[in-house]
Ligand binder design. Sequence first.
Ligand SMILES: Nc1ncnc2c1ncn2[C@@H]1O[C@H](COP(=O)(O)OP(=O)(O)OP(=O)(O)O)[C@@H](O)[C@H]1O
Ligand SMILES: [Mg+2]
Length: 376
Amino acid sequence: MSHGGPVLPSATRREPRGYPACSAHDISSADAGKNRAEVDPEQEPGMEVVADLSSGSSATTLLCRREGRLFYRKFVFGEDKDRLFAQTEHLIHLAQAGVPVTPILEVLRDEAHCRYDMPYRDDAVDFFTYLHTHTPGQNRAKLVTILDSLAASIHADAVPASPEAIDSYIQHKIVARVEALLGAGVLAPILAAESLLVNGIRMPNLPSLAGLLEPARLRELLAHDKCARVHGDLTVENIICCEEEGTSSGFYLIDPNGGNLLDTPLLDHAKLLQSFHGGYEFLVRLGSFSVRTEGRFAEVDFPGFISPAYARLKADLDGYLRLHLSESELTAAYLHEVVHWLRLMPYKLRSDPARAPVFYAVLVRVLHTVARRVGW
Ligand SMILES: Nc1ncnc2c1ncn2[C@@H]1O[C@H](COP(=O)(O)OP(=O)(O)OP(=O)(O)O)[C@@H](O)[C@H]1O
Ligand SMILES: [Mg+2]
Protein backbone atom coordinates (compact mmCIF):
# COMPACT_ATOMS: atom_id res chain seq x y z
CA MET A 1 0.00 0.00 0.00
CA SER A 2 1.41 3.35 -0.97
CA HIS A 3 0.87 6.43 1.17
CA GLY A 4 2.21 8.73 -1.50
CA GLY A 5 4.73 10.37 0.86
CA PRO A 6 8.46 9.96 0.92
CA VAL A 7 9.57 6.40 1.49
CA LEU A 8 11.06 5.83 4.92
CA PRO A 9 14.63 4.69 4.77
CA SER A 10 15.33 1.32 6.30
CA ALA A 11 16.91 1.48 9.70
CA THR A 12 20.24 0.20 8.50
CA ARG A 13 22.81 2.95 8.07
CA ARG A 14 25.30 2.40 5.29
CA GLU A 15 27.85 4.43 7.18
CA PRO A 16 30.94 3.27 8.99
CA ARG A 17 30.32 4.46 12.52
CA GLY A 18 32.69 2.78 14.87
CA TYR A 19 35.52 1.50 12.71
CA PRO A 20 37.42 3.00 9.77
CA ALA A 21 36.10 2.00 6.38
CA CYS A 22 39.42 1.56 4.64
CA SER A 23 39.86 -2.15 5.30
CA ALA A 24 36.24 -3.18 5.08
CA HIS A 25 35.89 -6.92 4.92
CA ASP A 26 39.50 -7.14 3.82
CA ILE A 27 41.37 -10.02 5.31
CA SER A 28 44.50 -9.72 3.22
CA SER A 29 46.09 -7.94 6.18
CA ALA A 30 45.31 -10.82 8.52
CA ASP A 31 48.82 -11.35 9.72
CA ALA A 32 48.59 -14.81 11.16
CA GLY A 33 48.26 -18.35 9.96
CA LYS A 34 44.54 -18.25 10.45
CA ASN A 35 42.59 -16.91 7.50
CA ARG A 36 38.99 -16.03 6.93
CA ALA A 37 38.13 -19.44 5.49
CA GLU A 38 38.97 -21.00 8.82
CA VAL A 39 36.74 -18.75 10.88
CA ASP A 40 34.17 -17.49 8.38
CA PRO A 41 30.70 -18.44 9.67
CA GLU A 42 29.79 -19.58 6.15
CA GLN A 43 32.56 -22.16 6.35
CA GLU A 44 31.60 -23.36 9.81
CA PRO A 45 29.86 -26.75 9.74
CA GLY A 46 26.19 -26.49 10.61
CA MET A 47 26.24 -22.69 10.45
CA GLU A 48 24.00 -20.74 8.10
CA VAL A 49 24.25 -17.01 7.45
CA VAL A 50 20.74 -15.57 7.39
CA ALA A 51 21.51 -11.88 6.80
CA ASP A 52 24.44 -9.51 6.56
CA LEU A 53 23.66 -6.47 8.73
CA SER A 54 27.05 -4.79 8.35
CA SER A 55 27.25 -1.07 7.81
CA GLY A 56 30.31 -0.91 5.59
CA SER A 57 32.85 -0.46 8.35
CA SER A 58 35.56 -3.02 9.00
CA ALA A 59 33.28 -4.90 11.40
CA THR A 60 30.93 -7.48 9.95
CA THR A 61 27.65 -8.26 11.71
CA LEU A 62 25.73 -11.32 10.61
CA LEU A 63 22.49 -12.90 11.69
CA CYS A 64 23.33 -16.62 11.79
CA ARG A 65 21.53 -19.86 12.46
CA ARG A 66 23.01 -22.98 14.02
CA GLU A 67 21.01 -26.02 15.08
CA GLY A 68 17.83 -24.09 14.43
CA ARG A 69 18.81 -21.20 16.74
CA LEU A 70 19.37 -17.67 15.53
CA PHE A 71 22.10 -15.44 16.93
CA TYR A 72 24.12 -12.38 15.91
CA ARG A 73 27.84 -12.70 15.17
CA LYS A 74 30.06 -9.63 14.92
CA PHE A 75 33.67 -10.01 13.76
CA VAL A 76 36.71 -8.11 12.54
CA PHE A 77 39.93 -9.26 10.92
CA GLY A 78 43.19 -7.37 11.15
CA GLU A 79 44.18 -4.50 13.37
CA ASP A 80 40.65 -3.42 14.31
CA LYS A 81 40.20 -6.72 16.18
CA ASP A 82 41.46 -5.12 19.39
CA ARG A 83 38.83 -2.41 19.13
CA LEU A 84 36.16 -5.04 18.73
CA PHE A 85 37.48 -6.84 21.79
CA ALA A 86 37.41 -3.51 23.66
CA GLN A 87 33.76 -3.27 22.62
CA THR A 88 32.98 -6.52 24.45
CA GLU A 89 34.67 -5.12 27.57
CA HIS A 90 32.71 -1.89 27.16
CA LEU A 91 29.46 -3.91 26.99
CA ILE A 92 30.40 -5.79 30.16
CA HIS A 93 31.17 -2.54 32.02
CA LEU A 94 27.88 -1.01 30.90
CA ALA A 95 26.00 -4.11 32.10
CA GLN A 96 27.78 -4.00 35.45
CA ALA A 97 26.75 -0.36 35.83
CA GLY A 98 23.10 -1.31 35.29
CA VAL A 99 22.64 -0.31 31.64
CA PRO A 100 20.50 -2.79 29.67
CA VAL A 101 22.85 -4.10 26.97
CA THR A 102 22.91 -7.14 24.74
CA PRO A 103 24.11 -10.28 26.47
CA ILE A 104 27.31 -11.74 25.00
CA LEU A 105 27.18 -15.48 24.36
CA GLU A 106 30.82 -16.03 23.46
CA VAL A 107 33.94 -13.99 22.69
CA LEU A 108 36.87 -15.30 20.69
CA ARG A 109 40.08 -13.43 19.95
CA ASP A 110 43.22 -14.69 18.27
CA GLU A 111 46.15 -13.14 16.38
CA ALA A 112 44.07 -12.59 13.27
CA HIS A 113 40.56 -11.71 14.35
CA CYS A 114 38.05 -11.09 17.07
CA ARG A 115 34.42 -12.11 17.15
CA TYR A 116 31.55 -12.23 19.56
CA ASP A 117 28.07 -13.71 19.46
CA MET A 118 24.85 -12.20 20.83
CA PRO A 119 21.44 -13.81 21.32
CA TYR A 120 18.62 -13.09 18.88
CA ARG A 121 15.19 -12.06 20.17
CA ASP A 122 12.25 -12.21 17.82
CA ASP A 123 10.44 -9.40 19.67
CA ALA A 124 13.30 -6.94 19.21
CA VAL A 125 13.47 -4.11 16.66
CA ASP A 126 15.79 -1.16 16.45
CA PHE A 127 14.56 2.22 17.67
CA PHE A 128 14.19 3.54 14.12
CA THR A 129 11.71 0.77 13.31
CA TYR A 130 10.02 1.05 16.72
CA LEU A 131 9.40 4.78 16.50
CA HIS A 132 7.83 4.45 13.05
CA THR A 133 5.44 1.72 14.19
CA HIS A 134 4.31 3.07 17.57
CA THR A 135 2.25 5.98 18.81
CA PRO A 136 3.74 9.37 19.69
CA GLY A 137 3.07 8.65 23.36
CA GLN A 138 4.83 5.28 23.24
CA ASN A 139 7.77 6.84 21.40
CA ARG A 140 8.12 9.65 23.92
CA ALA A 141 7.90 7.15 26.79
CA LYS A 142 10.59 4.97 25.18
CA LEU A 143 12.92 7.94 24.68
CA VAL A 144 12.45 9.02 28.29
CA THR A 145 13.01 5.45 29.55
CA ILE A 146 16.28 5.21 27.62
CA LEU A 147 17.59 8.60 28.75
CA ASP A 148 16.41 8.12 32.36
CA SER A 149 18.09 4.73 32.45
CA LEU A 150 21.42 6.25 31.38
CA ALA A 151 20.96 9.20 33.73
CA ALA A 152 20.39 6.85 36.68
CA SER A 153 23.30 4.55 35.88
CA ILE A 154 26.48 5.50 34.01
CA HIS A 155 25.76 9.21 33.58
CA ALA A 156 25.01 9.58 37.31
CA ASP A 157 28.67 8.96 38.14
CA ALA A 158 29.89 11.92 36.07
CA VAL A 159 32.73 13.98 37.52
CA PRO A 160 34.14 17.23 36.11
CA ALA A 161 36.26 16.50 33.04
CA SER A 162 39.95 17.25 33.39
CA PRO A 163 41.30 20.28 31.47
CA GLU A 164 43.68 17.86 29.71
CA ALA A 165 40.81 15.70 28.44
CA ILE A 166 38.93 18.78 27.24
CA ASP A 167 42.04 20.15 25.50
CA SER A 168 42.78 16.85 23.83
CA TYR A 169 39.18 16.59 22.59
CA ILE A 170 39.32 20.17 21.28
CA GLN A 171 42.59 19.57 19.47
CA HIS A 172 41.90 16.16 17.94
CA LYS A 173 38.15 16.08 17.49
CA ILE A 174 37.46 19.71 16.62
CA VAL A 175 40.42 21.90 15.61
CA ALA A 176 42.19 19.25 13.48
CA ARG A 177 38.96 18.26 11.77
CA VAL A 178 37.91 21.85 11.09
CA GLU A 179 41.34 22.53 9.59
CA ALA A 180 40.98 19.49 7.34
CA LEU A 181 37.50 20.60 6.33
CA LEU A 182 38.63 24.15 5.52
CA GLY A 183 41.27 22.63 3.23
CA ALA A 184 38.89 20.29 1.39
CA GLY A 185 39.27 20.95 -2.34
CA VAL A 186 35.79 19.63 -3.11
CA LEU A 187 34.28 22.35 -0.91
CA ALA A 188 36.60 25.17 -2.01
CA PRO A 189 33.99 27.18 -4.00
CA ILE A 190 31.51 26.96 -1.10
CA LEU A 191 34.11 27.77 1.53
CA ALA A 192 35.06 30.91 -0.40
CA ALA A 193 31.58 32.34 0.12
CA GLU A 194 30.85 34.70 2.99
CA SER A 195 27.33 33.51 3.68
CA LEU A 196 25.64 30.19 3.27
CA LEU A 197 21.98 29.78 2.38
CA VAL A 198 20.76 26.45 3.69
CA ASN A 199 17.30 25.72 2.31
CA GLY A 200 16.76 29.47 1.98
CA ILE A 201 17.97 30.41 5.46
CA ARG A 202 21.02 32.61 5.45
CA MET A 203 23.81 32.05 7.96
CA PRO A 204 27.50 32.91 8.25
CA ASN A 205 29.72 30.41 6.46
CA LEU A 206 32.21 28.21 8.36
CA PRO A 207 35.22 30.55 7.91
CA SER A 208 33.14 33.36 9.46
CA LEU A 209 32.24 31.10 12.38
CA ALA A 210 35.83 29.96 12.84
CA GLY A 211 36.29 32.32 15.79
CA LEU A 212 33.74 30.24 17.66
CA LEU A 213 35.99 27.24 17.09
CA GLU A 214 39.14 28.81 18.51
CA PRO A 215 40.54 26.61 21.31
CA ALA A 216 40.09 29.33 23.93
CA ARG A 217 36.42 29.81 23.00
CA LEU A 218 35.84 26.05 22.85
CA ARG A 219 37.39 25.69 26.31
CA GLU A 220 34.76 28.10 27.63
CA LEU A 221 31.95 26.25 25.86
CA LEU A 222 33.07 22.86 27.19
CA ALA A 223 34.22 24.08 30.61
CA HIS A 224 31.27 22.45 32.39
CA ASP A 225 31.56 19.11 30.61
CA LYS A 226 31.67 16.12 32.85
CA CYS A 227 33.31 12.79 32.39
CA ALA A 228 31.56 9.46 32.89
CA ARG A 229 31.19 6.07 31.31
CA VAL A 230 29.10 6.65 28.20
CA HIS A 231 27.67 4.47 25.46
CA GLY A 232 29.55 6.55 22.91
CA ASP A 233 27.51 5.74 19.78
CA LEU A 234 23.89 6.09 20.86
CA THR A 235 22.34 6.02 17.38
CA VAL A 236 18.74 4.97 16.76
CA GLU A 237 20.16 1.74 15.31
CA ASN A 238 22.17 0.88 18.37
CA ILE A 239 19.07 1.05 20.60
CA ILE A 240 17.08 -2.17 20.37
CA CYS A 241 13.49 -2.11 21.63
CA CYS A 242 11.71 -5.21 22.91
CA GLU A 243 8.00 -5.77 22.86
CA GLU A 244 7.68 -8.80 25.08
CA GLU A 245 7.80 -8.93 28.82
CA GLY A 246 11.09 -10.28 30.06
CA THR A 247 13.29 -7.25 29.56
CA SER A 248 12.05 -5.04 32.33
CA SER A 249 13.64 -2.05 30.62
CA GLY A 250 11.89 -2.60 27.26
CA PHE A 251 15.15 -1.87 25.43
CA TYR A 252 18.81 -2.81 25.31
CA LEU A 253 21.87 -1.19 23.76
CA ILE A 254 24.42 -2.65 21.34
CA ASP A 255 27.60 -1.44 19.60
CA PRO A 256 29.10 0.99 22.14
CA ASN A 257 32.13 3.05 21.22
CA GLY A 258 35.03 3.99 23.45
CA GLY A 259 37.91 6.21 22.44
CA ASN A 260 36.05 9.50 22.38
CA LEU A 261 38.84 11.29 24.30
CA LEU A 262 36.21 13.14 26.32
CA ASP A 263 33.61 10.71 27.59
CA THR A 264 30.89 13.19 28.47
CA PRO A 265 27.25 12.09 28.81
CA LEU A 266 26.50 14.93 26.37
CA LEU A 267 28.06 12.80 23.62
CA ASP A 268 25.19 10.35 24.04
CA HIS A 269 22.64 13.18 23.95
CA ALA A 270 24.38 14.64 20.91
CA LYS A 271 24.11 11.36 19.01
CA LEU A 272 20.34 11.48 19.44
CA LEU A 273 20.39 15.15 18.44
CA GLN A 274 22.20 14.12 15.25
CA SER A 275 19.20 11.92 14.43
CA PHE A 276 16.23 13.98 15.59
CA HIS A 277 17.64 17.52 15.30
CA GLY A 278 19.95 16.88 12.36
CA GLY A 279 17.79 14.27 10.60
CA TYR A 280 20.77 12.03 9.90
CA GLU A 281 18.87 8.90 8.85
CA PHE A 282 16.90 10.85 6.24
CA LEU A 283 19.89 12.80 5.02
CA VAL A 284 21.87 9.67 4.16
CA ARG A 285 19.04 8.62 1.84
CA LEU A 286 18.90 12.01 0.15
CA GLY A 287 17.79 12.05 -3.47
CA SER A 288 17.83 15.43 -5.18
CA PHE A 289 19.77 18.46 -3.96
CA SER A 290 21.37 21.51 -5.50
CA VAL A 291 24.47 23.55 -4.79
CA ARG A 292 25.03 27.02 -6.24
CA THR A 293 27.78 29.52 -5.58
CA GLU A 294 27.50 33.11 -6.65
CA GLY A 295 30.00 35.68 -5.50
CA ARG A 296 29.73 36.05 -1.75
CA PHE A 297 26.90 33.53 -1.40
CA ALA A 298 26.72 29.78 -1.55
CA GLU A 299 23.37 28.09 -1.64
CA VAL A 300 22.65 24.48 -0.69
CA ASP A 301 19.10 23.18 -1.14
CA PHE A 302 17.89 19.72 -0.26
CA PRO A 303 14.59 18.17 0.84
CA GLY A 304 14.60 18.70 4.58
CA PHE A 305 12.13 15.88 5.07
CA ILE A 306 12.05 14.07 8.38
CA SER A 307 9.16 11.77 9.26
CA PRO A 308 6.38 13.06 11.55
CA ALA A 309 7.61 10.61 14.20
CA TYR A 310 11.08 12.16 14.00
CA ALA A 311 9.65 15.67 14.19
CA ARG A 312 7.77 14.77 17.39
CA LEU A 313 10.80 13.09 18.92
CA LYS A 314 12.85 16.14 18.07
CA ALA A 315 10.47 18.17 20.25
CA ASP A 316 10.42 15.44 22.93
CA LEU A 317 14.23 15.27 23.03
CA ASP A 318 14.46 19.05 23.18
CA GLY A 319 11.97 19.09 26.07
CA TYR A 320 13.87 16.37 27.93
CA LEU A 321 17.24 18.06 27.50
CA ARG A 322 15.87 21.46 28.56
CA LEU A 323 14.52 19.86 31.71
CA HIS A 324 17.66 17.96 32.61
CA LEU A 325 20.53 20.09 31.33
CA SER A 326 21.66 23.60 32.19
CA GLU A 327 21.72 26.20 29.40
CA SER A 328 25.49 25.83 29.03
CA GLU A 329 25.23 22.04 28.95
CA LEU A 330 22.58 22.26 26.23
CA THR A 331 24.85 24.52 24.19
CA ALA A 332 27.69 22.02 24.67
CA ALA A 333 25.36 19.19 23.56
CA TYR A 334 24.77 21.01 20.25
CA LEU A 335 28.52 21.58 19.97
CA HIS A 336 29.05 17.83 20.41
CA GLU A 337 26.47 17.31 17.67
CA VAL A 338 28.67 19.50 15.45
CA VAL A 339 31.58 17.21 16.36
CA HIS A 340 29.58 14.15 15.28
CA TRP A 341 28.94 15.81 11.88
CA LEU A 342 32.62 16.81 11.69
CA ARG A 343 33.58 13.18 12.20
CA LEU A 344 31.46 12.21 9.22
CA MET A 345 32.92 14.77 6.80
CA PRO A 346 36.18 13.02 5.78
CA TYR A 347 34.17 9.90 4.97
CA LYS A 348 31.60 11.88 2.95
CA LEU A 349 34.30 13.83 1.11
CA ARG A 350 35.96 10.56 0.18
CA SER A 351 33.02 8.33 -0.59
CA ASP A 352 30.36 10.74 -1.84
CA PRO A 353 31.96 14.08 -2.75
CA ALA A 354 28.91 15.21 -4.75
CA ARG A 355 26.73 15.11 -1.62
CA ALA A 356 29.41 16.38 0.75
CA PRO A 357 28.12 20.00 0.47
CA VAL A 358 24.78 18.87 1.94
CA PHE A 359 26.46 17.37 5.01
CA TYR A 360 28.67 20.44 5.22
CA ALA A 361 25.56 22.66 5.15
CA VAL A 362 23.93 20.66 7.95
CA LEU A 363 27.12 20.92 10.00
CA VAL A 364 27.21 24.70 9.55
CA ARG A 365 23.52 24.88 10.44
CA VAL A 366 24.13 23.11 13.77
CA LEU A 367 27.16 25.29 14.41
CA HIS A 368 24.93 28.27 13.75
CA THR A 369 22.55 26.94 16.44
CA VAL A 370 25.50 27.00 18.85
CA ALA A 371 26.46 30.51 17.68
CA ARG A 372 22.94 31.84 18.24
CA ARG A 373 22.77 30.27 21.69
CA VAL A 374 25.90 32.09 22.81
CA GLY A 375 24.95 35.34 21.09
CA TRP A 376 27.77 35.10 18.55
N1 LIG B 1 22.24 -7.99 19.80
C1 LIG B 1 21.53 -7.49 18.78
N2 LIG B 1 20.18 -7.42 18.86
C2 LIG B 1 19.45 -6.92 17.85
N3 LIG B 1 19.98 -6.46 16.68
C3 LIG B 1 21.32 -6.52 16.55
C4 LIG B 1 22.17 -7.03 17.58
N4 LIG B 1 23.44 -6.95 17.15
C5 LIG B 1 23.41 -6.41 15.92
N5 LIG B 1 22.15 -6.15 15.54
C6 LIG B 1 21.71 -5.58 14.25
O1 LIG B 1 22.84 -5.50 13.41
C7 LIG B 1 23.12 -4.13 13.05
C8 LIG B 1 24.63 -3.93 12.96
O2 LIG B 1 25.26 -4.28 14.19
P1 LIG B 1 26.25 -3.28 14.96
O3 LIG B 1 25.52 -2.06 15.36
O4 LIG B 1 26.91 -4.05 16.04
O5 LIG B 1 27.32 -2.99 13.87
P2 LIG B 1 27.68 -1.70 13.00
O6 LIG B 1 26.94 -0.50 13.43
O7 LIG B 1 27.61 -2.12 11.59
O8 LIG B 1 29.17 -1.66 13.39
P3 LIG B 1 30.20 -0.61 13.87
O9 LIG B 1 29.49 0.65 14.29
O10 LIG B 1 30.81 -1.32 15.04
O11 LIG B 1 31.07 -0.46 12.72
C9 LIG B 1 22.46 -3.31 14.15
O12 LIG B 1 22.14 -2.00 13.73
C10 LIG B 1 21.20 -4.15 14.44
O13 LIG B 1 20.21 -3.90 13.48
MG1 LIG C 1 25.70 -0.06 15.04
